[in-house]
Design a protein. Sequence first.
Length: 319
Amino acid sequence: MQYILSLLFVLLPLLSLSAQNLTRAQAEQEAQAITTQWIADTKSKYQQAWENKHLILNGKIMPFWYTTYGTKPADGYSLFISLHGGGNAPAQINDSQWENQKRLYQPQNSVYLAPRAPYDDWDMWFKPTLDSFYVALIQMCVAYLDVNPDKVYLIGYSAGGDGVWRMAPRMADTWAGASMMAGHPGDVSLLNLRNTPFMVWCGALDAAYNRNRECTQRGVELDSLHTADPNGYIHETHIVGYNNINATPTPPISSGNRQKSPIPISIGLLPQTTNSNVARPYASPSKATPSTSPNVTIPNSPSTSTTKWLTSTNPSPSA
């Protein structure tokens, strides 16, 4: 595998080689041996979880579903972890949102994985116990599906977007990029996104919990961070002229891997298709607003550092 050295981020606890001078060939041989052993150990550790398609950690259960799209590149699949909407609602509502998330995106040459949150709560994707779930999902996909750990992306819609706002900076060194659709940022700090390309999508009329205003303000904040640090905080903000957002991602373009030194890239999540039959996910048990999502034309090469207001020819009324 060409990307074998990138696996070392999950292998460091296993390194027990005594200090010695190694040739390049010897070092590569050692790395291959460590990687092979790690893959075997990881498959053994997660065999039951992988076969049953659910993780049990910290006394909580996270079912997951995955599929692959396209062909595997020479350097391994990309992985898109896609977080469903819902939140503080009955379990059956969150279950239906999970089912919707399974078909919402089709990133090519990638593993597309949609977990079901282990909680039915507003912070279902970013409670303190969840970091270990994300790590386990990534490790399983690296071991079982030959995912490249430098090409792991986090995406999410509505309550899943809330999770992206929090988990992208909280686990910033994990992601090659992240894209947030129709979520609320709350009081999250964005400083950790310095090396993590980030996309924001929100409807201009999506006024519930002031999401439209909050997302716009955070786009301006990212503009300021990028202006002060032009080599960091690569981002795109799209406030589009309607209420609900359903986006279909395309594969990352250019060198869309985790970057020690960030470069301008696009995560490539454009609203190319819409689904008028999907109701807005619950943000609380009392709120569910169905709406339609008219087609919107997006520029081919949007700026990586400009907050955008894009208009639709037929916007939906405010929720």
